[in-house]
Design a protein around this ligand. Sequence first.
Ligand SMILES: C[S@@+](CC[C@H](N)C(=O)[O-])C[C@H]1O[C@@H](n2cnc3c(N)ncnc32)[C@H](O)[C@@H]1O
Length: 394
Amino acid sequence: MPGAALCCYNHNGGAMRFTALAAKGLEEVVAGELRGLGLLPGPVGPGAVGFQGSLVQAYRAVVHLRTARRLLLDFGDFPAADGRAYYEGVRALPWEEFLTKRHTFAVEASVRDSFTGHSGYAALRAKDAVADRCRQALGARPDVDREGPAVRVCVRLAEGRCSVGLDLAGRPLHKRGYRVRPSPAALNETLAAGLLLLLEYDGERPFCDPFCGSGTLAVEAALIASRTAPGLVGGRAFALERWPGFDRRAWERVLDEAREARRAPPCPVWASDKDPGAVRAAAANAAAAGAGAAVSTACRDALRTAPPGDGGLLASNLPYGDHAGVGENLGALYAGFGDALKRRWAGWKAGLLCGEPSLAKRIGLRPARRVPLWNGPAEVRLLVFDLYEGSRRR
Ligand SMILES: C[S@@+](CC[C@H](N)C(=O)[O-])C[C@H]1O[C@@H](n2cnc3c(N)ncnc32)[C@H](O)[C@@H]1O
């Protein structure tokens, strides 16, 4: 097939290509995490960071990465100008090396500037192509299981090309397994971890989220402070454990190394909210993450209370738009919190995730840094403030 690049699945220690998918704006953070794991990232594209490594290095990455959305083994990449080239390209991949009749699979697709604008259609055609190839090569097709497949195939169609990847975790990495008390306004876990790494949080100073909601930022801070790899949380199973050539000894070694790296957090992590239900959810989620002892929760109004310590990192996802209570005056809340920061939080660094620029202005302090990020489809800004006596007013 012209222009096709097939990747061999080499489970004998040879190098393979992988792609870590990232939320827009977090690509460099993911690349930094890969470097920290001794890997050489590149290329870095919109929402994706490639790297080469052995299967064991990929095991380590899927256990440790805090900010990637998914980790994929690159299985194929080919031109797909139309539906026919797309179907043939997927069918030309060596699926029988990966799937047996007993394996289950599922296909997810994303499409951008492509021959089709329908991700559902793209997923269906790829599923047909995989099934047709297996029926021909194996005499039967593997079953589809959308919930817990052994092999989750991620197809990305963009600008006339198709990339096919196999998801090592089998589900998005933000699903850490600790969210026992969900909340509609909850921040995505990988975005929360990304925010903390952008703020250079390493657990060596106190942390506080005075608008904690269900506690995502505080839980992620506690995981960083205790050097807990997210893959250890929640007793999750990973799809790679059902792949052919799964190296159980190497996998157990990677998990043991991660367990040995854990420590007691050296500094406090505080989480508070004015809503008692949110505080209960934050405490339950922290406990489910194994961070119940590390996160101190309290019911407090952020506008009226003093900081819990002399200095450290404050990070919050401020209420915005439909997250606000009915009738709440958000402008006054932002202005009031800006005042509180100026009057009471000298000695702290603050990172505030704000959705609405006009609201962010109401804080009334000049940010040292503004980082554009994406919270799902919504563009948001991380505003960073260094607070000291007499912080600059806007
Ligand atoms: C966008 S949500 C935070 C979501 C959180 N990051 C999470 O992952 O669940 C904003 C939170 O601010 C809280 N809040 C609003 N006004 C507050 C105030 N004056 N003091 C403390 N918390 C407040 C709300 O109760 C809500 O839980």
